[in-house]
Design a protein around this ligand. Sequence first.
Ligand SMILES: Nc1ncnc2c1ncn2[C@@H]1O[C@H](COP(=O)(O)OP(=O)(O)OP(=O)(O)O)[C@@H](O)[C@H]1O
Ligand SMILES: [Mg+2]
Length: 243
Amino acid sequence: MNAKIQITNLYKSFGQQVIFSGLNLTVYKGEILCIIGKSGSGKSVLLKHCIGILKPDNGSITVDGQPLTYTDADAAIVKKFGVLFQGGALFDSMNVYDNIAFPLRRQGASEEVIAVKVPELLSHVGLTGIETKMPSELSGGIQKRVALARAIAKNPEIMLYDEPTTGVDPITAGSVDRLIVYMRNTFGMTSVVVTHDMRSAFRIADRIAMLYNGTILFEGTPQQLKECQDLVVQQFVAGRASA
Ligand SMILES: Nc1ncnc2c1ncn2[C@@H]1O[C@H](COP(=O)(O)OP(=O)(O)OP(=O)(O)O)[C@@H](O)[C@H]1O
Ligand SMILES: [Mg+2]
């Protein structure tokens, strides 16, 4: 399989706090990789490293074989990514239409194309007719779906999802899961999904990686995770599955 993102020997500390101490992880082209790990273990920080928002103290990250350099030269790499940040913030001052149109306008799409794409993207996330609503008029779950529509608007090669099902009801969570799988199946999108929701991870993941103490403690298929004998892994999975 082809590596899409290759993280090699990653070190990162914030002051005295060590977040990564020699972390290695490969994300393969077209796969859905779920990242699990307890709160504060560095899952969001890891995603931010993948798109060059945070710079490693040591180690390297390559995308399609191209290393991030933390200069303007990274723009071509960063363009390949769509990101749904934890919290999925929308632009408060823009209505739903303009929020979703934003990345398309930045790409130089015409207003005619945008007028077709916005309702299409909304329908992908199970929404219709809310184009003129402001974010403050929407529930958290709906805001998250709009943020998702915005994140996939550019049809990115790689999608990073940070807790896409947190704070949404189980039915919406199920539709978000299906959307992640649909995007991958339809567009061959490589997907990295940070989640605390084990049930969702087992449903959608091709592989699961568990972050623990600054490195990847486990990496493998959902079946391999179920069979993993490591006590820390077992306890985490059992704890989350019953949570
Ligand atoms: N920019 C930053 N400066 C200093 N410390 C940071 C920064 N970003 C994150 N941290 C710290 O790094 C640690 C890991 O944070 P991170 O947000 O990656 O955790 P997480 O695994 O995503 O947790 P959660 O499941 O709660 O979202 C936390 O202790 C956090 O406070
Ligand atoms: Mg996080």
